[in-house]
Design a protein around this ligand. Structure first.
Ligand code: BMA
Length: 317
């Protein structure tokens, strides 16, 4: 139902950082076409972004950039941090769109990303302690699949993965479970595209799930196809803390959409594509890192308490 007060909250939630875009191809220490769709983690006192970098064949790899305030003075690795193994059928056409979570029980980070395999896009998993060396666990599920992230802990003994397979041409978000990060089952579609809405054509997880007292706060991208092309916008949902396949709330409105020039114009115009977030509990802030128009990286900032206030004002799913 249309609700003007809620529309206003959705509209006002995130403020774009005035120094956007924070990272552009011109900043790179080596030639590159585009830098976008970054994963994020707070590592020690630094914000780390693991960034999708597209080379001039059109294939992507992942490169680390670090900053002490998460906004400026980025130190970028002088060469690709995680390169595709082009001998492998899994990674033949590059690595794209990573997400990071800290797995406390394993004392290491889990990085999920899209491998562009010979059979199409698949979700792959690698773990790392230092973002220098990585252990590859391979593809988790068959193609076509994208937009995946693990939860940082188990539920009833099982790891959980949000991902976005394409089934019968439909692009809904699914959640799947595994005892060992290798064997996956109990596949449940749980956030579907909504007919006639801004997210009617495709949905997919944005950044890593954020644990709050009221449930897991997730951001997702939603796509509408128009006569002028696709528009990628961002919405939110709240998942049950112990049963994350249960959707407690879902935003009716989008909370971030392409508006600034750097979001409207680029290799793929009209795209905002968040894939990383950092929460600062001391200041109640959330920094949402996103690819802008498949060309550069931007950040938008909100109060976490405002995000919770807004999502709790949205109807149940
Ligand atoms: C999606 C993904 C993203 C990309 C977006 C917009 O399907 O492939 O990597 O940013 O399209 O082009």
């Amino acid at each position: 139902m249309f609700d003007l007060a809620r529309e206003q909250k959705a509209h006002d939630l995130f403020k774009r950082y005035p120094g956007n875009p924070i990272l552009k191809p011109e900043n790179w220490p080596y030639p590159t076409n585009a830098v976008f769709n970054p994963a994020s983690a707070q590592v020690g006192t630094e914000t780390l972004l693991l960034i999708r970098v597209e080379d001039m064949r059109g294939f992507s790899h992942l490169t680390v950039a670090r900053s002490s305030d998460g906004l400026t003075n980025w130190k970028i690795d002088s060469e690709p941090t995680l390169k595709a193994d082009q001998e492998s059928r899994e990674e033949r056409f590059g690595l794209e769109d990573p997400r990071i979570v800290w797995l406390e029980e394993q004392k290491r980070y889990a990085v999920t990303y899209t491998s562009f395999s010979e059979g199409g896009p698949v979700v792959s998993l690698a773990t790392t302690k230092n973002f220098k060396t990585f252990s590859r666990l391979g593809a988790l599920l068959p193609p076509e699949d994208k937009d995946a992230c693990l939860f940082p802990r188990r539920f009833n003994g099982r790891f959980a993965l949000i991902h976005r397979p394409i089934v019968r041409g439909e692009a809904h978000m699914w959640i799947s479970f595994s005892p060992d990060l290798i064997h996956w089952g109990n596949h449940i579609p749980f956030i579907m595209t909504r007919h006639a809405y801004w997210d009617c054509h495709r949905v997919g997880l944005a950044c890593q799930p954020i644990e709050t007292e009221k449930g897991w706060l997730i951001f997702y991208h939603g796509v509408r196809n128009t006569t002028a092309g696709a528009i990628y916008r961002v919405g939110m949902a709240l998942l049950d803390l112990n049963s994350p396949w249960k959707v407690l709330r879902r935003s009716q409105e989008w909370i971030l959409g392409p508006h600034a020039d750097y979001e409207r114009i680029g290799d793929v115009g009209d795209v905002v594509f968040p894939s990383g977030a950092v929460v600062y509990n001391e200041t109640d802030e959330i920094y949402l890192y996103y690819g802008a128009a498949d060309s550069s990286i931007a950040v938008a900032i909100a109060k976490l308490s405002d995000c919770m206030d807004y999502i709790l004002s949205c109807p149940e799913n």
